[in-house]
Design a binder for this molecule. Structure first.
Ligand code: NAP
Length: 225
């Protein structure tokens, strides 16, 4: 996978004084929508990221036993949604890995793959970050990556900050407020199931894919991840 990163940043590692910043958009992306795309774009801009990998979780750790669409469908929608942005790339890295998806495994693999002048930025929703102290090997995550937590308007970051502080782990968390995160994947799934319009909540290409493949038509009809 990785080698989209080497292709796009061919001088990686040649000059240890030059820092590269790699964003990793972590999520279930069931489906990907404009809230995710705006998050990635604003994180890219705010933190001067060189590339952002959209990495759908294969078997999301906190969703075991819940219906999640097939990894290939979630990945395909990421391919469609990111196609036009030269800084965005879909990544199969987590869907091609067997077993439960743990972020620490991903960050360790990326850390081993790239030289030290490539800094890792893990981007996800603030609600997910709220639980981060209970993720597998949270202490290592704190060492491996800067976290970018996207909040919906009105979101109170106090709870997340308190649990992170209490943990004593050296997390570096940047919060960015994304009004477009009023859009949510669950709302899109509900709207599709009810036969309502989802236009302008995600790209036409993703909407076409949802329709063509009959995703979200019935509650629980999602194929198991
Ligand atoms: P989630 O609980 O489905 O999402 C929490 C909230 O964040 C939802 O409101 C969600 O909105 C939003 N969100 C999710 N990904 C986002 C993104 N990239 N940008 C902006 N908002 C986002 O969380 P999840 O999708 O299962 O997990 C998020 C990431 O954390 C994944 O990469 C997952 O592997 C990782 N994670 C790791 C562990 C672990 O290692 N133990 C445990 C939990 C999560 P939408 O529903 O609209 O996306």
């Amino acid at each position: 996978m990785m080698d989209v990163v080497r292709q796009r940043l061919p001088r990686l590692g040649e000059d240890p004084a030059r820092e590269y910043r790699l964003g990793i958009m972590g999520g279930t992306f069931d489906p990907i929508h404009y809230g995710h795309l705006v998050t990635a774009e604003q994180a890219r801009e705010a933190l001067a990221l060189d590339l952002v990998l959209f990495m759908p979780a294969g078997a999301p750790a906190f969703k075991l036993g819940k219906h999640v669409s097939a990894p290939e469908d979630r990945y395909a929608m990421c391919v469609l949604a990111t196609a036009a942005n030269p800084a965005f790339y879909p990544s199969r890295f987590e869907i091609d890995r067997d077993g439960v998806t743990y972020t620490v495994d991903t960050l360790r693999a990326l850390r081993e793959e790239y030289p030290a002048n490539v800094k890792l930025y893990f981007i996800t929703g603030a609600d997910a970050i709220l639980d981060i102290v209970s993720w597998r090997d949270a202490a290592s995550i704190a060492e491996l990556a800067t976290l970018i937590a996207a909040t919906r308007p009105g979101y109170d970051i106090g709870q997340a900050q308190a649990s992170i502080e209490e943990s004593g782990y050296p997390f570096d968390v940047r919060y960015i407020q994304i009004p477009a995160l009023a859009i949510s994947s669950s709302n899109i799934r509900d709207r599709v199931r009810m036969g309502k319009s989802v236009r302008y909540l995600t790209s036409e290409s993703v909407i076409g894919y949802i329709q063509k493949n009959g995703l979200y038509r019935f509650e629980g009809n999602e194929r198991d991840a």
